[in-house]
Design a binder for this molecule. Structure first.
Ligand code: PEP
Length: 261
């Protein structure tokens, strides 16, 4: 049985003081969801603040069903790489997850498959679970290329990793045209693309991993559409941008997952 994960990507928002306030609000609202405190919660909840906000969020998340992650990591272990933060450093400050391959990093930092492979391998070596993001652009969808693009993005990274398990890696299908636009993939598109992703993983790495690996949906997910998306057979939760910046909407999305468990 795949467990849901609802993950908030705070992006370039909220320094330590504001992050502490939001994380406290999330923590307090999660406390009313009894099933999250059970031994088998059926849904994990994760927030990924900016690096400098991580220690403040850790203070309020410690001992609660609220996991901590980062939005990226260095593709080197250590050395003369000014401004970078390594996967091992993230593990040391209490992160369990790291996002790799987000479309904004692909677009603005021009990050490549080679870097994603190095980042995920280093994340795994540090004991972190990687959330590998991929998804097509609007013009690629309009040209009928969405499935090919997604196949290429998965094929360019997953088979090259030193190890991929359903525990150390999650996928996040994020159609770029739906990120931050208010436009959500229809349930038909989301299900088709998640099922396609699973097929590609199966062809590359075997049916067992394909069946077990969790695939999140990302792209304008909110409390009003989360339940419909999470109810789809191949959707295992969401990577949430804008709606994760408000405790009520973020926990509203968690509630949608919990209701389906
Ligand atoms: C994201 O950036 O991963 C994302 C899904 O953003 P939003 O929810 O704002 O579309």
């Amino acid at each position: 049985m795949r467990r849901y994960l609802v993950a908030g990507n705070w992006k370039l928002n909220l320094g330590p003081a504001a992050g502490l306030v939001l994380a406290s609000g999330v923590r307090d609202r999660l406390a009313s969801l009894d099933s999250l405190a059970s031994a088998e919660p059926g849904c994990d909840v994760l927030v990924c603040p900016p690096y400098v906000t991580i220690p403040a969020v850790r203070e309020v998340a410690d001992g609660h069903p609220l996991l901590l992650g980062a939005q990226t990591c260095a593709d080197h272990e250590s050395g003369a790489f000014t401004g970078e933060i390594s996967a091992a450093m993230l593990a040391e400050v209490g992160c369990s997850h790291v996002i790799v391959g987000h479309s904004e990093r692909r677009q603005y930092q021009r990050e490549s498959d080679d870097q994603f492979v190095r980042k995920i391998d280093l994340a795994h070596a540090a004991g972190l679970t990687a959330i590998f993001c991929y998804g097509e652009l609007l013009d690629e969808r309009q040209a009928g290329r969405a499935e090919t693009v997604v196949r290429d993005q998965i094929t360019g990274v997953l088979p090259r990793l030193a190890s991929v398990t359903a525990e150390n890696t999650l996928l996040a299908y994020e159609p770029v045209w739906a990120i931050g636009t208010g436009e959500t993939a229809t349930p038909e598109i989301a299900q088709a693309m998640h099922a396609h992703s699973r097929t590609v993983v199966g062809e590359l790495l075997g049916g067992e991993l394909a069946a077990d690996i969790r695939i999140l949906y990302g792209g304008s997910c909110k409390p009003t559409n989360a339940r419909e998306l999470f109810a789809l057979p191949d959707v295992d939760g969401g990577l949430i941008g804008g709606a994760s910046l408000d405790a009520e909407s973020f926990v509203g999305i968690v509630e949608a997952a919990v209701a389906l468990v």
